[in-house]
Every structure is written in structure tokens, then in C-alpha cells.
Design a binder for this molecule. Structure first.
Ligand code: GLY
Length: 368
């Protein structure tokens, strides 16, 4: 389990480092000669880790302006962004300033979208504090907010100047948050290699002293994988789509069940089961592989809330998912570990079957 030293993300013409805790002094260089920095965070995260972040990572003479937004997916809205704009205007934030998004995916996406659009863009540094945002949303420049019609429907590609990762921030995460981060790591396992998949599914969703080294390793490998994919397709035109394995189902679950009941990573866990079934039903995956792959998720689905809606309630949001185009349903399907393809599925019946299968698996707490 070698720990990687350095990850550089190359996205189109942008190039930026992932700064791990041991290289924390680099952050000052990235902020440059500015005499202030704006941190956007939420009260929970900032009260737990904010002071240490400022003390450990930022140069002593830098003025820090803290803007807090409310905590939770339901605050990833235009209203929150407008509120942030107002505060940025009142402190006369200019194009040379830098915003640091210090928090989980909601903060990263909302603060990132604010940075991308305020005065056509100011500097952005992503400092993800959850496992999920470390391995997924902080890398690759997707920023955005939700719309009444669906999740992440308003947004931009806006690459940060750096991503800062310190696993010490994971020490205060609960089991649910660890499960959802592991879900995205397991997804990377299905997309990359059996070895990595096994390392991921053999990990308990807790950040204990005994697991620290393993979790650090999983984070770095998952970030490296994502950086490689983003490097090939920064604007999500082709290969980057594979990162959305399980996500068409997941976004539909979040929409149908409500963002409070189902967190993103939890929905991805369930969504992968739907995607396995659909891969099988459309002839991409053998039945025995489908059974084997879903069995890897048994220990994690136990933590999920039941899926209570009728199948058609999960189907309708799939038509407005960004991966659906011209009213067609598009899914990332798996052929085997390390081999995923983006396909249009014309049979609504098969999608409904996959939804029923996913519901049964989740409601049965695994093992079908
Ligand atoms: N979360 C998928 C992506 O960044 O493309």
C-alpha cells in the first residue's frame, strides 16, 4: 500500500496540484501576493476544523474573511449563491482574490459556482473535508447548484488552483458520511481494478487509527484515478461519463426520496445495484458477474434507508438527468471490472425492472 507523493490534475489548459497535509506550505504560494483570502464554509465544519486549517495552512499575515452558508444539500441553491454574491460585493472582492471552499460537496459545489460566476470568475481552492468530496467532487472542476427540476442542473466547469486534502478532517465524520465516501471509492474499484475494488470493500466505514493508512491510500488512489479520467476529458464529452456509473439511478433516488433521507453516496451505492441489473438486462454483464458484484455491496446497503416510492417515481427524474439527452435515457453500464460503457437504453421496461431490483435489494438489506 504505497502512499503516493504527488498528484497533478491536468484539465484542458489548467494544471493544479492536490496538496496533502505534509505539503501544506505550498498553499501560501498558490494564493500568491494577495493580502486576504475568503473562506466559504458551514458552521459545523468551520467550528470543528476551521481554526486549525487557518493556522496550519495559511500564511500568518493573510487576512481571512469567513463567509458561512447553511449546511445541507437543500441549501445548494441560487438563493445561497445570491447571498454569497451580496457579501462578496460588500467586501469589494476583486478578480485577484481567492475563495477557499472549506467543507463537503455542498460547500465545494456552491462556493465553486460562486467563484466561477462572481465577476466572471475569481481564484478558487477546494479544501474538501469529507471522504466523498475528497475523492470525487473536489477534483475536475464541476461546480454547481440544484434546480427544482433536479440535482446539479445549473453549473459550470471551473477548475480550482489547488485541492487541499488533510485526512485529519475525516476524524469527525460519522458512519453515514464514511459509507457515502466509500461508495464513490468502491465505484472507482468497479471502474478500475479488482485489486482496488477488494481493498475498498474490505474497508470498514470508520476512520479509526487502525484504518488510517488504508483510508489514506484509498483516497490517494481514487483521486489519482479521477485525475487521470479528467485529464483525458475535462469537459465531460466522452470518457469522463464513466465516472457517473450508478449516478442516473442515484440522482433519481435523491430527487424522489428527498436529499435529506438519501445522501449522494448512499444513493450511489443503491444506484450501482440498479446499474448492475440494467447492464445484465441489456446484455452487457453476465448474471453470475452481476450476482458477484452486488454481493460486494451487501455490508454497505445494510445502512441504507428503504426505497419507498413506486418505480415510476424514480424513472421520471432520469429523463431530466444531464446524461439523458433528447428525452433518451442514458446509463453507464458495466461489462466487467474496469470496463464501463455509456449507452442509451430504449426499453423503459428494462429500466423499471432495474429499479424494482434495486428497491428489493436495498429494502431486503442486500443478498437477493
Ligand atoms: N462526479 C463525476 C465527475 O466529476 O465527472
Amino acid at each position: 500500500m504505497a502512499l503516493r507523493q504527488r498528484i497533478i490534475v491536468k484539465a484542458g489548459s489548467c494544471r493544479y496540484p492536490v496538496i496533502f497535509s505534509r505539503h501544506r506550505r505550498q498553499l501560501g504560494k498558490i494564493i500568491g501576493s494577495a493580502d486576504r483570502v475568503i473562506i466559504i464554509s458551514n458552521p459545523t465544519v468551520f467550528s470543528l476544523h476551521g481554526d486549525k486549517f487557518v493556522y496550519n495552512y495559511l500564511p500568518d499575515d493573510l487576512e481571512v474573511v469567513l463567509l458561512l452558508m447553511e449546511d445541507g444539500e437543500r441549501f445548494k441553491t441560487q438563493k445561497t449563491v445570491n447571498n454569497l454574491y451580496d457579501q462578496l460585493f460588500s467586501i469589494h472582492l476583486g478578480r485577484c482574490d481567492t475563495i477557499i471552499a472549506f467543507g463537503g460537496g455542498v460547500v465545494g459545489d456552491t462556493a465553486g459556482f460562486t467563484a466561477a460566476t462572481y465577476m466572471r470568475g475569481v481564484g478558487l481552492i477546494q479544501a474538501p473535508t469529507t471522504l466523498l468530496s475528497m475523492v470525487d467532487s473536489s477534483i475536475g472542476g464541476k461546480v454547481g447548484i440544484n434546480h427544482a427540476r433536479g440535482k446539479n442542473l445549473i453549473g459550470a466547469f471551473y477548475q480550482p488552483r489547488a485541492v487541499v486534502v488533510d485526512p485529519v478532517w475525516l476524524t469527525t465524520l460519522g458512519r453515514r458520511e464514511m459509507v457515502e465516501g466509500l461508495a464513490e471509492i468502491i465505484k472507482v474499484g468497479f471502474l478500475s481494478s479488482a485489486k482496488f475494488l477488494h481493498e475498498a470493500v474490505d474497508t470498514e466505514p470508520v476512520f479509526s487509527a487502525g484504518q488510517k493508512k488504508r483510508v489514506n491510500y484509498l483516497i490517494q488512489e481514487a483521486m489519482k484515478f479521477k485525475a487521470d479520467v479528467v485529464g483525458q476529458d475535462a469537459n465531460d464529452r466522452d470518457v469522463r461519463a464513466i465516472l457517473n456509473f450508478g449516478h442516473t439511478f442515484a440522482h433519481a433516488i435523491e430527487k424522489a426520496e428527498g436529499f435529506r433521507k438519501y445522501r449522494h453516496g448512499e444513493a450511489v451505492l443503491a444506484g450501482m445495484v440498479g446499474a448492475f441489473y440494467l447492464s445484465y438486462a441489456s446484455g452487457h454483464l453476465t448474471k453470475s458477474r452481476m450476482k458477484k458484484y452486488q454481493s460486494y455491496l451487501n455490508q454497505f446497503v445494510k445502512d441504507l434507508a428503504p426505497l419507498k416510492r413506486k418505480a415510476s417515481d424514480y424513472l421520471s427524474p432520469m429523463y431530466v438527468d444531464k446524461k439523458g439527452s433528447n428525452g433518451r435515457l442514458q446509463f453507464v453500464l458495466l461489462e466487467k471490472i474496469g470496463c464501463a460503457v455509456l449507452r442509451t437504453v430504449r426499453s423503459e421496461k428494462k429500466v423499471l425492472e432495474a429499479i424494482e431490483f434495486m428497491k428489493e435489494f436495498v429494502n431486503n438489506k442486500g443478498v437477493l
